[in-house]
Design a protein around this ligand. Structure first.
Ligand code: ADP
Ligand code: MG
Length: 287
């Protein structure tokens, strides 16, 4: 099962002088259970692409096939697709509006017309999945939470719909480093715990590098590259050319190697780099 994108092209304001080709013949397949990243410079088409994943935007040219169901087919029930593919918008906390965290997270399940008991079960499940203590958080006002907490509450609202795919549009945008770590850490945990498919959209290589197993790079509406982090980061010149660059740590490991330290350069995040550097230092001490 998967989300399959076939020859997808999308133009804003088609036929007017403002026509913009936001997506240009995109092909990709995101299989269930994966943790993938979509990266690209601002305006490269990331948000337009992912709004096609759950039918919020309809495929005009090409097709989107979710779990075998074509979004072009009039018989495909969009309500069901939106439940299968949960989309967390950029700055999702702006959509928190209820008096309590409980009510906010319960909003989606209520619309599914579930009974009160099932709603409560789902709210608890979702809040715990993003790392909250249910009893402690449920009656608080969403407006009293920190930036990172607000965002986690908003993500819980989507998780309460029990989607099989979770799409996050720039989930760390506007947060300080502590808030970023909090969010990314929770996303990683929830992927491990619930086995949910995660699609992480970001313009930050540092975010993507930490977590994902496979990367799609968008540039000017086109799928410019795809591959494992190792495959993508080995093309640092090309990434720089399209305004992206590699995570700082990749450059640092390369430099260490060039200076004669026998480090593994196939490393993309700070934690692994630390372990690798310590290993090399310790083995030198033993000589
Ligand atoms: P990203 O999320 O990567 O920043 P977007 O999908 O938002 O990219 O934008 C892709 C292109 O489409 C950009 O050129 C952007 O200016 C344009 N665009 C996005 N939203 C709209 C809109 N509502 N109307 C017209 N053009 C848009
Ligand atoms: Mg965007």
């Amino acid at each position: 099962m998967s989300i399959k994108i076939e020859n997808l092209t999308f133009k804003y304001s088609e036929g007017t002088q403002f026509e913009t080709k936001a997506l240009d013949n995109i092909n990709m397949e995101i299989k269930k259970g994966e943790f993938i990243g979509i990266i690209g410079h601002t305006g490269s088409g990331k948000s337009t692409l992912i709004q096609h994943f759950n039918g919020l935007m309809k495929p005009e040219e090409g097709d989107v096939i979710v779990e075998g169901k074509s979004l072009k087919n009039k018989k495909t029930k969009l309500k069901l697709i939106r439940q299968t593919v949960g989309l967390v918008f950029q700055y999702p906390e702006y959509q928190l509006f209820e008096e309590t965290v409980y009510q906010d997270v319960a909003y989606g399940p209520k619309n599914l017309e579930l009974d009160e008991k099932e709603i409560k079960k789902r709210v608890k499940y979702a809040l715990e999945l993003v790392g909250f203590d249910y009893e402690e958080i449920k009656d608080r006002s969403p407006f009293d939470l920190s930036g990172g907490q607000k965002r986690r509450a908003a993500i819980a609202g989507v998780l309460a719909m029990k989607p099989e795919y979770l799409v996050l549009d720039e989930p760390t945008a506007g947060l300080d480093p502590a808030g970023r770590n909090e969010i990314l850490g929770q996303i990683e945990k929830l992927h491990k715990k619930s086995k949910i498919t995660v699609i992480l959209v970001s313009h930050s290589m540092e975010d993507i590098a930490r977590l994902v197993k496979y990367i799609y790079v968008l540039n000017k509406g086109k799928l410019h590259m795809e591959g494992t982090p190792k495959e993508i980061y080995s093309q640092s010149e090309e990434l720089k050319r399209i305004g992206l660059g590699v995570p700082q740590i990749v450059d640092i490991m390369k430099e260490l190697k060039e200076k004669g330290f026998e480090v593994n350069t196939n490393i993309f995040n700070i934690q692994d780099a630390k372990n690798e550097i310590l290993k090399v230092i310790r083995s030198n001490e033993n000589v």
